[in-house]
Design a binder for this molecule. Structure first.
Ligand code: F0G
Length: 457
């Protein structure tokens, strides 16, 4: 079994080493059984995220060398602005240091105490900015998204009835915008269809509500539309991306994903008034409105990264590599979220470790066990990531209790994927014998998965 050969060759390499079993035991204990607290030098294959650790192209590096570091009016900003306008189609572009910078400014601009924000599944950083500004998030994704084994081709779709019911319940005035993610990270990197997005547009138009796109992985979403949605196979990924954006009023972007940049992001919109508000806030929280917390070289890397990202052979190799790893696991009977998403393979931790109760965090445990087995770093995406309900203080137990094997773009080869598959299969075979989970010994208040520490129960 293979996937299409990468449409690039390797010009620079970074040595990696395999820590010994003893070193791994020491490292995971020191990290409080949280893969997030491991030191990178203790990791063999790093599948923690696809964010900011992608390999840039020689064109991106070249653009960085000739970038403009001017404090005000950098030509690299204007290059980025032009790229966002050309490929995403929004007229106003506000640069930010990364995605959550855009979420902060967007939430401060539009959310008031008592606001309600519907979205196709929560994302950690997105929801916390909504909550910190007094808003309440409502999940309006279709129910198939919560079923790891449903093979619905567009599990990122919005449940139109649920959205309309919410609008009628809380009133259109209390909904500043609908937050639409493409793809949906925590559902497993699942796409939303253009037909569904058009329905959301039609419904929100009737009530005068905006749509803001989380565009972090919108290019991957466009690829899935091209593959799966009737009528779109003849269009380019670039055309589909623009079509998606045309159905929305603005976007928050983490350029650390699709755009291959080590850091960076932007907030874009059609409404000049919102743009004015956002520019006023960006100078407070990020930096001047022509750099937004990025160096000139970062602006340049993102601008060129946007151009790279819609190249079809790039995006094909990326998505097929993820599918290859999932295929190896499925062939061995390991339960992975269906269909395979764009940026990661998600393991169903409750199925792999059936003896560990939810209160002992099976996904957190599985990530630690995988690291111990092979030095591979994955990330928990279950109850630990979901945090506590701000109203009740209780743990939130989302239906999906997952471990994410996230594949950075253009970084690892097929042999690395084979090693990952071998390790996951080995651990899954021992799964039933693992009966002890983890409990918190230190639990941070915000985004607890990043810095929380655990001990074995
Ligand atoms: N939206 C989505 C869908 C994301 O996946 C992320 C980040 C953000 C917003 C925030 O962007 O990190 O640039 O501030 N996701 C990373 C991940 C951290 O590992 O999934 P950021």
């Amino acid at each position: 079994q293979r996937y299409p050969a990468e449409p690039w060759r390797i010009k620079m390499v970074e040595p990696i080493t395999i820590p010994t079993r003893e070193e791994r035991e020491h490292a995971i204990r020191n990290a409080g059984y949280n893969t997030c607290l491991l030191r990178s030098e203790d990791v063999y294959i790093d599948l923690y995220t696809d964010s900011g650790i992608n390999a840039m192209s020689d064109r991106q590096w070249a653009a960085m060398m000739t970038a403009d570091e001017a404090y005000a009016g950098s030509s690299s900003f204007y290059r980025l602005e032009a790229a966002v306008q050309e490929y995403y189609g929004y007229p106003h572009v506000v640069p930010v240091h990364q995605g959550r910078g855009a979420e902060n400014i967007l939430s401060r601009s539009l959310i008031r105490p008592g606001s309600h924000i519907p979205g196709n599944m929560y994302f950690t950083t997105t929801r916390i900015h909504q909550e910190l500004n007094g808003g309440t998030f409502h999940d309006v994704i279709i129910s198939e998204a919560h079923d790891p084994f449903s093979d619905h081709p567009f599990k990122g779709n919005v449940d139109i009835d649920a959205l309309e019911n919410l609008i009628q319940e809380v009133g259109a005035d209390a909904i500043p915008y609908v937050s639409v993610a493409a793809t949906v990270n925590l559902a497993g990197g699942q796409p939303i269809s253009l037909a569904n997005l058009a329905e959301v547009r039609e419904l929100t138009n009737r009530y005068g509500i905006s749509i803001i796109l989380d565009a972090a992985r919108a290019v991957e979403n466009a690829w899935f539309i091209k593959q799966r949605e009737p009528g779109w196979s003849g269009h380019s990924v670039a055309q589909i991306l623009k079509e998606m954006c045309a159905l929305t009023d603005g976007a928050a972007m983490s350029a650390k994903k699709d755009s291959y940049a080590n850091v960076g992001g932007w907030l874009a919109m059609r409404d000049p008034e919102l743009a004015e508000k956002a520019r006023n806030l960006v100078v407070v929280y990020e930096g001047l409105h022509t750099y937004g917390g990025m160096a000139g070289r970062d602006l340049a890397a993102v601008a060129q990264g946007i151009v790279d990202s819609v190249q079809e052979d790039n995006i094909r190799a990326r998505v097929e590599q993820v599918a290859y790893l999932a295929g190896c696991l499925q062939d061995a009977g390991v339960p992975v979220v269906q269909p395979v998403g764009g940026h990661a393979v998600f393991l169903d931790a409750t199925a792999v470790l059936p003896e560990i109760p939810r209160a002992e965090f099976p996904a957190q445990t599985l990530a630690a066990v995988l690291y111990l087995d092979s030095g591979i770093r994955s990330i928990e995406r279950g109850a630990v990531s979901a945090g506590r309900d701000p109203a009740t203080g209780e743990n939130r137990y989302p239906k999906l209790e997952l471990v994410r094997l996230t594949i950075p773009r253009r970084v690892y080869t097929q042999s690395h994927m084979d090693i990952v598959a071998d390790s996951v299969i080995r651990v899954a075979k021992q799964g039933k014998a693992i009966t002890n989970g983890l409990r918190f010994v230190h639990e941070p208040e915000a985004l607890r998965f990043f810095q929380g520490r655990f001990e074995p129960v």
